[in-house]
Design a protein around this ligand. Structure first.
Ligand code: GLY
Length: 331
């Protein structure tokens, strides 16, 4: 569990309330090696995956300050990363599949168990918002491919080309050798996943990704699958996953971790058990990265990865800090 290790220093980011997402996006974010403990009753917390969690958290926080709910915050937060052409693993500018198509997966879930998802969707900058519309405006949970696109267009989303010239150039270089060997913490650092609790104690979770770079056409990972990419139960907690979707799908890691918390594990203990289970059940698990972040309804949180190198960002109080995650394998 998160030990009572000393909390090393203050965030260099400053007051979230005074920063916009774009202001924080390029700022250096040195990693902390331990996390603040002792949750404060009633305080909002936003946690998200990888370094791009810093600007995502800032946008989520702003949404909370404007009176938004945890659900509003986790949507607004990950939208920043979806729109960033420099993030090659999410949304606009991300790495295409091996045929040169950018295909996206996303899902969202609230404290009441409402959820929506899109997978294998093309041409839409913000799949997370389409996922939310699926949740709120349809009787379904998941829409895929052409149907998801058709729904998005009918809901007013704009159709656009998500393959930037830079991503196209990288893809054309890749075509020369067509090697398919995702690198740990590089092609694997795919998903922006976010979990949040708001001032009312409501939880929510979101995740959005382009999935593995140069994947087979039609490949869908864990991120749009409720229970794999994320899970949220307002009576217990919320979890989101990142890493190689095939591994996370095989153990339904996010659902498992919420269930472990329901049975009394702390978020940290549950994340560690989720990774241990994956390591036990998935052959060659050490060849790829996977990680989980979790928060419970009492605002305790935790995270764990297979490999070193995973970072996650926590926004609370006046801080937005990047934390180096502990891992099962140590190098
Ligand atoms: N975790 C995202 C994916 O594998 O697609």
């Amino acid at each position: 569990m998160i030990s009572r290790r000393k909390f090393l220093g203050r965030s260099l980011i400053g007051s979230l309330g005074m920063l916009t997402a774009s202001q924080t996006a390029c700022q250096p974010t040195p990693l902390e090696t331990s996390v603040p403990v002792s949750p404060i009753a009633g305080e909002p917390i936003v946690i998200s995956t990888w370094d791009h969690g810093i600007p995502a958290n800032a946008a989520a926080w702003q949404r909370l300050q404007q009176g938004g709910s945890a659900l509003d915050a986790v949507e607004a937060g990950v939208m920043v990363v979806e729109a960033d052409p420099n993030t090659t693993t999410v949304g606009y500018g991300s790495t295409p599949d091996r045929d040169g198509h950018v295909t996206l997966d996303a899902c969202i879930m609230d404290h009441d168990g409402n959820c929506g998802s899109v997978c294998f969707i093309e041409h839409i900058m913000h799949p997370i918002s389409v996922a939310r519309k699926v949740m709120e405006d349809t009787p379904h949970v998941m829409l895929a491919g052409e149907g998801a696109l058709q729904f998005a267009l009918s809901a007013g989303f704009e159709k656009m080309d998500l393959l930037t010239p830079e991503a196209k150039e990288r893809w054309e270089k890749w075509l020369v050798e067509k090697q398919y060997k995702p690198l740990i913490n590089i092609e694997n650092h795919d998903t922006i996943g976010m979990i949040a609790i708001d001032g009312k104690g409501h939880l929510a979770a979101s995740c959005t990704t382009s999935g593995l770079g140069y994947k087979m056409r039609g490949r869908v990972g864990d991120s749009p699958v409720i229970g794999a990419g994320l899970y949220c139960d307002g009576e217990v907690g919320a979890v989101v996953a990142t890493g190689l979707g095939e591994m996370i799908l095989k153990t339904l890691g996010s659902f498992l971790i919420v269930e472990l918390m329901r049975q009394g594990a702390s978020p940290q203990e549950a994340c560690e058990e989720g990774i241990r289970r994956l390591a036990k059940k998935v052959k060659n698990y050490e060849e790829a990265q996977a990680a989980f972040i979790a928060i419970d309804k009492n605002r305790a949180f935790g995270a764990y990865a297979i490999h070193p190198g995973f970072s996650y960002a926590i926004a609370r109080g006046t801080e937005n800090q990047l934390i180096r995650c502990d891992s099962l394998l140590k190098n």
